[in-house]
Design a protein around this ligand. Structure first.
Ligand code: SAM
Length: 201
């Protein structure tokens, strides 16, 4: 699903138009909470465009944990052209299955990732255990229209023999692991079809 072809498309889009709406919302939320000098862990960061924006905003270092190696070549190209290669660690694997992959960071960010993982609780537990002060994430709202669109997309994938599935998880289930670890919701907003939430502690 997340292959080099998609990565190339993402890179072309970022060069032309910058971050997608949900990414812009997340970058804005973290900038306003002052990301200067802070470390950032991005889970499922794709080509790493959001990290580039956060590093430009003053973040000291970024780590990307990504399940798909399909993004690597485009991500390296983006880091080379932005001269940020020395500021980013790119790691491969599933943050849930390989929790040892990434250490703690000041802020953990996930753009359009929770909807790609079947177990929201396990994913957000791994995230909350690595975040020191902030978590910012985007996900589809748990409303009937989003559930309908995702179900239709999943049906099309099934017909094409593609095993990937997307999920609309209830917001309470997504946020519960962070709330249980002392985070509180600091801001919520809509970015296009996405819901964007910042949690702090
Ligand atoms: C829809 S893509 C979004 C990519 C990027 N964040 C963006 O907004 O362009 C979801 C990404 O999350 C990654 N992903 C999903 N679950 C993951 C996990 N448990 N650990 C690491 N990466 C994960 C997938 O490999 C995929 O690259």
């Amino acid at each position: 699903m997340f292959d080099e072809k998609l990565a190339r498309k993402d890179l072309r889009r970022f060069r032309r138009k910058g971050l997608d709406r949900a990414g812009r919302g997340l970058a804005d939320m973290l900038r306003r909470r002052d990301v200067s000098g802070r470390t950032v862990l991005e889970v499922g960061g794709g080509i790493g465009a959001l990290q580039v924006e956060l590093l430009r905003a003053g973040a000291s270092r970024a780590t990307n944990v990504e399940l798909s190696p399909g993004y690597e070549s485009a991500a390296r190209e983006l880091l080379d052209e932005t001269a940020l290669s020395d500021s980013v660690d790119r790691l491969f694997g599933d943050i849930v299955q390989q929790p040892e992959l990434a250490t703690e960071a000041d802020a953990v960010v996930l753009n359009r990732v929770v909807c790609c993982y079947p177990d929201a609780d396990a994913l957000m537990t791994a995230v909350a255990e690595r975040a020191r002060t902030a978590i910012a994430l985007s996900f589809p709202p748990d409303v009937w229209l989003a559930r309908l669109v995702v179900s239709a997309g999943n049906l099309a994938l099934r017909i094409r023999g593609n095993a990937f599935r997307a999920y609309v998880h209830p917001e309470t289930a997504i946020l519960a692991p962070a709330l249980a670890r002392g985070f509180r919701v600091d801001e919520t907003r809509r970015a296009g079809v996405w819901r964007v939430v910042a949690l702090v502690r």
